[in-house]
Design a protein around this ligand. Structure first.
Ligand code: DC
Length: 236
């Protein structure tokens, strides 16, 4: 077996890496692709959110790099569990879900995610989880830093207004009472924060397929990714 960066080549070939900006629909698409392929769906944003959630609970000032680094090594006890094809995060024996999507956590996560210690630890964890193969990972730096050797690398993009519409529809479906203008403003602010904190790399990893999804629905996007994956698997 050919080992490549610690993992076998076949293992990387069955990894699908999906990146893209906030609100583009990465999670929905990654979930659909993983379900169809019977792969594990790994939402890496949830790991950054979980870290922020716990840091806030512990009263850590996430604007202070040193405090966050210390907290990371002393207090974070990651536990992961595959459930219905989705990697779930547990902290302190509690499975995390809705609390990760609160407005406060969403707003502060780009601040916690900017610190190099946080990024290198989470990237290592994510690489280990993906290293078994048969996984779909989505985030901001999967194609560039976490699994640059993935069998298929896709960058999803869409215009700000369309991303805001997708987020708005999702929030309404979840029973939230929100105004479209404020959702759009939040997406714009997130873009700005993530750019400022250098969370989204400007460069593309070689071989990454960029898809403008502005005029596609998320089922069409997932179908295109599956088509690309099967094409690659056939050696195309
Ligand atoms: O995908 P999401 O919106 O749930 O991600 C939450 C935050 O986590 C986002 O503001 C940026 C950060 N993040 C990151 O820094 N690196 C990733 N691979 C994924 C998310």
């Amino acid at each position: 077996m050919i080992r490549d960066g610690g993992w076998a080549k076949e293992e990387w070939s069955s990894v699908v890496a999906i990146d893209g900006p906030a609100g583009v629909g990465k999670s929905t698409v990654a979930r659909l692709v993983a379900k169809e392929l019977k792969f594990l769906f790994i939402n890496t944003g949830d790991m950054y959110r979980a870290l922020t959630w716990k840091a806030l609970r512990e009263g850590v000032d996430i604007r202070k790099q040193r405090d966050v680094a210390e907290f990371l090594h002393l207090k974070m006890n990651w536990e992961f569990q595959a459930q219905d094809g989705h990697l779930k995060i547990r902290l302190d024996g509690k499975e995390l879900g809705r609390e990760l999507r609160s407005e406060r956590v969403s707003k502060l996560t780009p601040t916690a995610a900017q610190w190099p210690q946080v990024r290198s630890l989470l990237r290592r964890l994510q690489r280990n989880l993906a290293g078994e193969g048969r996984a779909v990972l989505e985030g901001r730096d999967i194609t560039t830093h976490v699994t640059p050797k993935a069998g298929l690398k896709v960058f999803l993009d869409a215009k700000l207004e369309e991303r805001a519409k997708r987020r708005y529809r999702q929030l309404i479906e979840d029973g939230k009472r929100v105004k479209f203008d404020s959702v759009q403003e939040n997406v714009r602010l997130r873009d700005w924060r993530e750019k400022k904190n250098k969370i989204m790399p400007n460069r593309r990893s070689p071989g990454t397929i960029v898809m403008d999804t502005t005029h596609l629905n998320l089922h069409e996007v997932a179908a295109k990714i599956l088509e690309l994956y099967h094409e690659k698997a056939r050696g195309g």
